[in-house]
Structures are given as structure tokens and as C-alpha cells.
Design a protein around this ligand. Sequence first.
Ligand SMILES: Cc1ncc(COP(=O)(O)O)c(C=O)c1O
Length: 376
Amino acid sequence: MAKFRADPSPSKVDLGVGVYRDLSGNTPVLASVRRAEQAVLAAQTTKSYVAAAGREEFNRAVEEMVLGSDHAARRERRARTTQTPGGCGALRVGAELIRAAAPTVTVHVSDPTWGNHTPLLGSSGLRLERYPYYDPATHRLRFDAMLERLDRSAEGDVVLIHACCHNPTGADLDPQQWQALAQLLARRRLVPFLDLAYQGFAAGLEADAAGVRLVATQVPEALIAISFSKNLGLYRERTGALIAIGENETRADAMLSHMLQIARSAAIAAHIFANPGLKGEWIEELTAMRTRIADMRALLAQHLHEATGDAAFDFIRLQHGMFSLLGVSVQAVERLRDEHHIYMLADSRMNLAGITPHNVAYVARAVAAVNPRGPG
Ligand SMILES: Cc1ncc(COP(=O)(O)O)c(C=O)c1O
């Protein structure tokens, strides 16, 4: 980020930082959020503390958005939700909960996974291991290897799963794969820890929760870490939640009492969720963000196809959310930065929201120049 800021080139392109950007390169305040902010401000009569678990109406709305209105875990009163400071807070509280309940378990994370998963989960003292997930050579999931590895893990181990828009690969499970994974988790008594940070960025609010809902019907216990940083554009408000599903009401209550150490206001999000007009407006804005990313995926794939003369980068079109691994070497990433002013992470994770119709041809030509034969 510092190098990008210091680069004086007028054609510089930032595909590194993980926030949504619109066609003009801005990370806007959504109109629905602005309206909710004004309403919350006007109605606010106190800055006193909210309840330990946060706002009741927020927690209920989050459970409904994530699990649906008629999920068995909610009907059977086995779901407990607390506000957290963003998705990071949810992951951290979840890690502490796991550590308190089962200090010796291993948490299995995908290879690769979001860089912050390791510090967030590892710093509570949990042992982490990687399961195969993505094959950089084919740009596809290593699903059989993933199941094979998880099938060999110990009963009670935790499996961290990206619910949609996998970060950094953009490669998600399909419905049959979710079914097979859910069955394996249930059969091997593994505990899913689902990380839902991009609900609405792949196919829509409902569709993107389908995997989470399925898994949560097949296993007795699960944790779900939720972030509203991206889909509501509430990055600095640190709005998130942790849902814990227990085997029975008593277990669920015990989980909640552990979770109550951290609580924060989620007034803006709660106001949007409770107001059908604003919620509709927000869903339209979310759809516009999703569509823009999908459009840029298609456009970049097309330009890369033209610039390189083959279909090696077409996979970008098929993936979900803001991120994909371009699949080029560290040297190519450095040349993109030093010779072409295009910035991405060293593993070639790029943020597709940094692409615009204005810079796409430039980016494609630069990629073709440093990596003429497509990803390695
Ligand atoms: C996979 C994943 N999980 C969780 C988060 C955390 O989100 P937040 O910014 O709300 O803490 C992110 C943010 O980049 C993410 O990519």
C-alpha cells in the first residue's frame, strides 16, 4: 500500500488492497447506509451501553439472513448470536471459544487461505493445519484431496471453511461438493467454523448462504463468523457477528456465555435490516457491487485472452468475489509493480474491484508482457 501511494505514475493500478471499489476507483458509502446513519443519529437518545451480546434486533436479523427464517437450529433454539468487532472479532471470539472448550483440537484451514486466519486463530494457542483446497496449475479445487485429508483428521477437530467468495482464490464449492463436505463433517464428527465475509458478492444473499445452511442442518455444532465490512461497505465500523450452534439449548447457552466478552454497537446495520425499504435499497446496491465485479472478471478475462492469444486466464471469469490468484510468479508480480505500476500481493492475489473499463486493457497488456504464456 505504501509503495502504491508513493508511485507517481498516472497509470498506476492497485489490485492489492481488499476493499470494494466502484468504476471511479472509490470505496463509497452506500446510499442505504447513509440514510440509516442519519435515522440512527436522529433517533439516538443515549450512548449508554447496549446489552452484552449487542443489539437484540441486529442479532435476530443476522441469524435470519445467514440461516434463513426457518432453519432447524433456530426452531430448536440452538443458535446463539453475539455482535463482534467485524469478521475478525468473530473469528477471534470463535477461536477463544474453541480453545476454552477443547484446547487440544486442531483447526484445519484451506491451502491457501486468507493471510489473517493464521494470526487470528493461531494466537489463541490453537494448532493449525492446512487441507488441500486449490490447484494453482488448473485453477480448480482439489476437492477429492480435500475430502481425503479431512477424512483422516481427528474427531472433534475444527474445519475452517470459506462460505463463499474464497479469499484469495475466488474458487468456491458447488452444491454437490457442499453436500459431500457436510456429510463428511457429520460422519467424522468434525466441527465446522464457517467464515462468511462476502455474503451477496457471489450470487446473492440467499444463494451465498446455501452452503452454511446445509452444513448447519447436518452437524450438531457449528460456528459462523460473519462480516458486514464488504457487503454493507461498513469497513471502519467493524460490524460483525458470531453465531454458535449448540447440540442442545444448554450447550448453546454455555457457548453464549463464553461469547459475551465482546460486544459492540451495530446500529446502522440493525436499522437497515429492520426497515424493508432500506433493506431493498441496500440489496440493489449490493447487487450493483456484485455485478460490477462479475463484469470486470469477464472483461479482464476477455482482454487477457486477446493480449496473450490463449485461454489460460479464462478461469478468472468463473471465480467469485473480489479475489483471484492471477497465477504468475513472484518475479512477474514484481515486474508488474516496477515496470507497469500495477500492484497486487506477492502470491499474485489481485482484487478484481481494482479493474475498470478504463484500465483493463492496460492491465491485460502488462500481464501479457511479463507473462506471455499465461499463468504457470
Ligand atoms: C475471508 C475473510 N474473513 C474475514 C474477514 C474479516 O472482515 P472484517 O474486516 O469485518 O474484520 C475478511 C476481510 O478481509 C476476509 O477476507
